[in-house]
Design a protein around this ligand. Structure first.
Ligand code: D41
Length: 680
């Protein structure tokens, strides 16, 4: 036995406490307390100590979250207190029936009872129900719900989930506590997992629930550890404690105090009408959540009333789930069309038998590229599962092979562009195939003009997609430069174009000539050159001539420009057709102020990263972003330890909270405008 000094022991316990504290702040409360670097440093110290003194290593050590020895099989676990199931309600009237049944059973009378029944409302997380057993505050067992009576022992796997406490924190730790909750995979983690599987040509998961279930079923807990699973607690099973809460929401608060994550939308309301309101409100927020929910669970809040109500068969009388419209439905693939994008990329688009899913009717879904068609193994005529969750575009999640008709047709990727018949090429290592027609291809011309006219580019008001298509099809324009030669007469001759709109449009085209170098560069539609890169190019080179003259080596010296982007830029300006269009645009009067190189050298916010969050009332968000970028700052979408400054307007939420917890300076809009003035 190794001799371990008191000092080492103290340091070990201290590090463990610190890291458990950081974990709790980060994974349970979503309020990081220290930068990742500090967390990593302490974790390494703990690992070093355990390496040096293996006898120290305990089950509740944060180092044990990485997973360990693989199992051969899961053992069965009998639930001492059965894990009940939930009855479902599919309408408001079924919800009212639920309320009526409860009141009848309780002999409830509005005359005698001063207040209506209180219900706890909570989102129904779409994951896997589990049981976690704690003895004297230590996690000793994790099990799946199984059939409610018998589940499987998944202790090694649940230990890897960072929002599950290995050791309870706080006061009055119960001698025995069995927590029930849902393990789920938030959507960003699910998307990343599937994107990785897709890249490797592997099978993807149909939905986050299947991915969570699959992750928990791993015999090798290291795999589980690699999946960003989370757990929220929603009830207790076995429970031996000194003080027992009197309501469900009090119980959840108590669990929160012991270190469990509790869904932040749980709310106690009075009366069943308020339950229906809660349902509507959550249905509207559903798409904005970062995790999937498939309904709302209502529970009589008073635990004594729950006791009196008891349960029937395997479901409590005091709880019910009201389901949301499904986010997955079955439909048929009718046909596949191949669309040609701005850069010639050919995208297969699935035409579907229209189906109502996730609150909208879906009749198209992207198939991304040829690899995706192969990976799905999909044929025309197949029955497929369509999934639409959040605000994202609908996806074909799976083909149901059992339902394949005998006349199913293979999907053939075209060898020639469906628009201009030029050959289609796929560059080695790239997933997309492209039409080689360039600006000879009508589809690419249309996309290029639409992009050129769009708001963040030349901002030509009134030049919509449909109009561009009409004009290209009619042969009125062949390139973006032709826009500036259009006459009112020409425009007024077009379908659905009144003289007034024609006048407005020519005025808008004329007005667009006054632009900035950054917007002009962006509007050219150079591959991989988005708004931010265009701004970077403008800031660094100052003039169009300098950008055109820059070789790859020169471009690579610029922050954020890598070899691929540099190559696209060089290729673009090496193409004489593109240079001719640029000349024509300048001849037509398109102009901008060159950026003063000396002023550039002193870009005051160079190297800084800013985040804008919440509303803005005086300045628009786009304007604020433009100003910051012109001053050399990067404008990012999320707060991290690298953020220099946050501008928070009314309604700022988690980003503001994160900035505060990381001690990042925050300005309100007035403060921001004042700051900009000091730079003028
Ligand atoms: O979010 C959930 N999925 C959820 C599931 C929840 N918030 N509450 C639940 N409450 C119960 C009772 C009322 C039986 C304690 C549940 C479930 N059960 C449940 N999950 C799977 C089967 C039952």
């Amino acid at each position: 036995m190794q001799n371990i000094s008191d000092d080492v022991l103290r340091e070990y316990e201290h590090l463990k406490d610190e890291l458990n504290q950081h974990n709790h702040r980060y994974y349970v409360l979503d309020e990081p307390s220290v930068p990742d670097s500090e967390y990593d440093r302490q974790m390494r110290q703990l690992q070093d100590l355990e390496q040096q003194y293996p006898a120290l290593r305990s089950d509740d050590s944060p180092t044990q979250r990485v997973g360990g020895q693989a199992l051969d099989a899961f053992t069965q676990v009998r639930h001492t207190v059965p894990m009940l199931s939930l009855e479902n309600a599919f309408s408001d009237s079924e919800l009212q029936d639920f309320d009526r049944r409860i009141k009848e059973r309780l002999n409830y009378s509005a005359l005698i009872n001063p207040t209506d029944i209180e219900f706890a409302c909570e989102p129904k997380l779409d994951g896997v129900a589990v049981s976690l057993l704690y003895k004297n505050g230590q996690l000793v067992r994790g099990a799946t719900r199984g059939d409610g009576s018998v589940g499987e022992d998944i202790t090694a796997n649940v230990r890897t989930i960072k929002s599950i406490p290995l050791k309870l924190r706080g006061e009055s730790i119960p001698a025995l506590l069995e927590v029930r909750g849902e393990i789920y995979l938030p959507r960003p983690g699910f998307d990343a997992l599937n994107a990785k599987a897709m890249q490797g040509g592997e099978k993807t998961f149909v939905n986050p629930r299947n991915a969570a279930a699959g992750s928990l079923r791993q015999l090798d807990s290291k795999i589980t550890a690699s999946r960003p699973l989370e757990m929220c607690a929603y009830s207790v099973g076995q429970f031996e404690a000194e003080v027992i809460p009197t309501s469900h929401t009090q119980m959840l608060d108590t669990l929160g105090g012991w270190g469990f994550k509790i869904n932040q939308h749980v709310q106690a309301v009075t009366g069943i009408a308020a339950c229906a309101d809660y349902y509507q409100a959550m249905a509207e927020r559903r798409d904005k959540l970062t995790y999937d929910i498939d309904g709302i669970v209502y529970k009589v809040n008073d635990l004594a009333l729950q006791q009196r109500l008891g349960f029937v068969a395997k479901a409590p009388r005091w709880a019910i789930a009201r389901k949301f419209p499904a986010q997955e439905e079955m439909t048929q693939l009718l046909e596949v069309e191949f669309q040609v994008g701005r850069t010639g990329a050919i995208t297969p688009v699935a035409r579907l038998e229209p189906v109502f899913v996730g609150g909208v009717t879906v009749s198209n879904a992207t198939l991304h590229n040829g690899d995706e068609i192969k990976r799905l193994g999909i044929c025309i005529g197949d029955t497929v599962i369509i999934r639409r969750a959040g605000d994202v575009i609908p996806q074909i999640a799976k083909v149901i092979l059992e339902k394949r008709p005998t006349n199913a047709e293979a999907i053939v990727f075209p060898e020639r562009c469906p628009v201009c018949l030029s050959s289609v090429k796929r560059t080695e290592g790239e997933a997309v195939a492209r039409c080689t027609g360039g600006l000879f291809c009508g589809a690419q011309i249309k996309q290029a003009i639409k992009h050129f006219a769009s708001r963040k580019a030349m901002d030509i008001d009134g030049l919509g997609d449909r109009l561009v298509e009409l004009m290209v099809d009619a042969g009125s324009i062949y390139s973006v430069a032709d826009l500036y030669d259009l006459t009112v007469q020409q425009l007024a001759g077009l379908e659905r174009m009144a003289e007034k709109s024609a006048n407005n449009l020519t005025a808008a085209i004329h007005a667009s000539k006054e632009t900035t170098l950054a917007k002009f560069l962006y509007s050219l539609g150079i591959r991989e050159v988005g708004e931010a890169t265009a701004q970077t190019l403008a800031n660094n080179f100052g003039t169009l001539e300098a950008v055109i003259g820059a070789d790859a080596e020169h471009l690579l010296e610029v922050d954020d420009i890598g070899p691929i982007v540099a190559k696209h830029i060089v290729d673009f300006f090496n193409n004489p057709d593109n240079l001719a269009i640029i000349d024509a645009l300048r001849d037509a009067g398109v102009r901008w102020a060159d950026i003063d190189q000396k002023a550039q050298a002193s870009q005051p916010l160079k190297g800084q990263t800013w985040v804008l969050t919440g509303g803005m009332e005086i300045m628009s968000r786009a304007e604020a972003k433009d100003r910051l970028q012109a001053l050399g700052a990067k404008v990012a979408g999320s707060v991290s330890a690298k953020t220099s400054q946050v501008v928070a307007g009314p309604g700022a939420g988690s980003k503001l909270a994160k900035a505060q917890s990381l001690d990042i300076p925050v300005l309100d809009e007035a403060g921001f405008i004042g700051f900009l003035e000091t730079l003028n």
